[in-house]
Design a protein around this ligand. Structure first.
Ligand code: FMN
Length: 358
């Protein structure tokens, strides 16, 4: 366990914020499996500031099961981030996190995300202003990368400045902005940050197995481990981490039942998001939207199972919830692990993260 401000996070294994993935249904299921904390995907501070309806919908959370509730904001303007932080707290946030790692041009172009790595004084001023806006009871945290590129790695300097500004905990994705999601995460840099600051440091990057998580803790001394892609289609990883031993893959029946629950929650979530919007304004009906956005999860759940390749092609044609239930029943309730550990190792080739991010 470790602490973020007044909150004890136990176990110290966290679901990473992931755009279009770390939505309420997946967050709740990850917590249920054993994750200690599940932060929202990045949410636009400007959207909250302008009380944009869609943005406020992204803030939807489960008031009972998501505690503490951690909201990640992105923005480049200090005052807007401070006001948005207060808005997020009014909406129920217990912890406010600042995105300082997003590599997408649309985000960095406005001085947000990993652009903040290049402007340490502004990044620190942002955390300071947000702290002042939300008060002492609400921890403000940040998630950074190692630096903009190989020639400008400044994670240690940034971490110290953020700590001075009152940052309560820091997640370090051990890649530069230039690396995007490729190349290996350099865990030695997490160790350097950990040695340089007293606030809790959360290590992140390339943890896909139980052994990886423990190796990261040993090699870096980090207080907690954050898992992104390794949890896609494999929230069971959190169950092993919580149990403190590898539990092995779920049985086909358990896997199918879990996916059906995820599907149900995902459908309800999208239905709720569209409630109140005039049908004529919706470009895509909520059910179709829910099925389209669930396809990626089905592909991830099938990773490492026999017949995954053909299954993936069938998934892309799905349009109706009933078709999804049928295919889950048919494929997952008897699908077996093809390669030992494959479900947990995450073949990078079957996902276009850049697209998922956009
Ligand atoms: C699809 C996708 C969406 C992401 N969205 C966010 C985001 O909204 N905010 C953020 O801080 N990081 C985001 N990330 C980065 C992850 O949180 C994490 O730092 C990165 O994937 C490295 O960890 P991993 O190797 O465990 O996946 C995203 C990553 C992926 C793959």
């Amino acid at each position: 366990m470790f602490r973020i401000g007044r909150y004890t996070i136990d176990p110290p294994f966290l679901l990473a914020p992931m755009a279009s993935v770390s939505e309420m249904p997946f967050r709740v299921l990850a917590l249920e499996m054993g994750a200690g904390l599940a932060t929202t995907e990045l949410i636009s501070a400007a959207g909250i500031f302008h009380k944009n309806r869609r943005t406020r919908q992204y803030l939807t959370f489960d008031r009972e099961r998501e505690r503490p509730y951690s909201v990640q904001l992105f923005g480049g303007v200090v005052d807007v981030m401070a006001t948005a932080a207060r808005g997020a707290v009014e909406h129920g946030a217990d912890i406010v996190d600042v995105n300082m790692g997003c590599p997408v041009r649309k985000v960095t172009g406005s001085g947000a995300g990993s652009a903040l790595l290049c402007d340490v004084p502004r990044a620190a001023a942002m955390v300071r202003a947000m702290r002042a806006a939300v008060g002492d009871d609400v921890p403000v945290t940040a998630k950074i990368r190692l630096g903009w590129d190989d020639g400008s790695k400044n994670a240690v300097e940034l971490a110290r400045a953020l700590e001075d500004a009152g940052c309560a905990a820091l997640a370090v994705h051990a890649r530069t902005r230039a690396q995007g999601y490729s190349g290996r995460a350099d865990w030695s840099q997490i160790a350097r940050v950990k040695q340089a600051v007293a606030m809790p440091v959360i290590g992140n990057g390339d943890v896909v197995t139980f052994a990886d998580a423990h190796r990261m803790r040993q090699e870096t001394g980090c207080d907690a481990v954050m898992i992104g892609r390794g949890a896609l289609g494999n929230p069971w990883l959190f169950a092993s981490l919580k149990a403190g031993r590898e539990l092995g893959p779920p049985t086909p029946t358990d896997r199918a039942a879990f996916i059906m629950r995820h599907l149900g929650a995902h459908l309800a979530f999208h239905q709720a998001l569209s409630d109140g919007e005039e049908a004529t304004r919706l470009r895509t009906p909520p059910e179709l939207m829910a099925v389209k956005t669930f396809r990626q999860h089905l592909v991830w759940y099938a990773r490492g199972l026999e017949g995954a390749r053909e299954f993936r092609q069938r998934v892309m044609a799905l349009e109706e919830p009933a078709q999804v239930s049928d295919i889950v029943e048919e494929f997952f309730s008897r699908a077996h692990v093809e390669r030992r550990g494959a479900a947990a190792t995450g073949d990078a080739d079957d996902v276009d993260y850049a697209q998922a991010f956009g």
